[in-house]
Design a protein. Structure first.
Length: 250
């Protein structure tokens, strides 16, 4: 319709009308593009809000897992420290029995934790992380993912150390296979409930066992450092999320 009008006005050499029709076309195209952009921006905004909420849920779960893992390593580090102290002194004090026996039981284990945000990793792999408009939040999430990559190298290193120590460590005592380990029972280890039988004097006289215990102590001390750094980063990201970063900004 508008094209036919422009043709008629050109034939009539009505240049004012031609100019007016041209302006109408340009304005119409411009408004159409703008409306499309506004609609896409609105859809992106809605998606961003949903994604930020999913990331917030991810990091609530990550914080819970991280705190549990950190607490586990701190407890094992404390128990192994009591063990090494007792072995070096050649004396097992009553207050150290529980920690000593817990260290025998699980000193070579470490608490796993799901540290990644599945939502953010999905955004990264799809190349759409820039939908998060808050640069501080985005930078913190990228830094967190980079730190987890470095942590994986540390995990492999510490896992190798545990594997090197576990043979000399577990061969020096015996497990009570008739006992069923539960969280409630585990809490009573060293208080009349024993999952292990051992000769303390023989352990003191065994340099390989002491070396293995010291190596496991080093492993858990190292894990505490790494897991503390992870917890700090998680808490910083939670502050950004809970302060309305990205998803709640206007």
């Amino acid at each position: 319709m508008i094209l036919r009008r422009i043709t008629e006005h050109v034939k009539a050499q009505n240049w004012t009308a031609v100019a007016l029709d041209f302006v109408i076309v340009v304005v119409g195209v411009f408004m159409g593009i703008q409306l499309g952009n506004w609609n896409q921006a609105r859809l992106d905004r809605q998606e961003e809000i949903a994604l930020v909420e999913r990331i917030r849920v991810d990091f609530d779960r990550i914080k819970e897992d991280s705190d549990r893992s950190l607490a586990s390593h701190k407890r094992l580090e404390s128990d192994l420290r009591a063990m090494v102290r007792s072995l070096r002194a050649g004396t097992l004090k009553d207050e150290d029995v529980a920690g000593f026996e817990r260290a025998l039981l699980v000193g070579f284990a470490f608490q796993t934790s799901a540290d990644n945000s599945g939502t953010f990793r999905e955004l990264m792999s799809s190349g759409r992380a820039s939908i998060l408009r808050d640069r501080e939040l985005l930078d913190a999430l990228v830094d967190y993912e980079d730190f987890l990559e470095r942590f994986r190298f540390a995990q492999n290193y510490y896992s190798d150390l545990v594997m090197q120590a576990v043979g000399a460590y577990t061969s020096a005592f015996n497990y009570n296979i008739d006992m069923r380990l539960t969280e409630e029972v585990f809490a009573t280890v060293g208080e009349g409930t024993s999952f292990v039988s051992y000769d303390f004097d023989a352990l003191v006289a065994d340099p390989e066992f002491l070396n293995a215990a010291e190596q496991l102590l080093f492993v858990h001390s190292g894990f505490i450092v790494w897991r503390s750094r992870i917890s700090q980063r998680v808490e910083s990201i939670q502050v950004l999320l809970n302060n309305g970063a990205s998803g709640d900004e206007e």
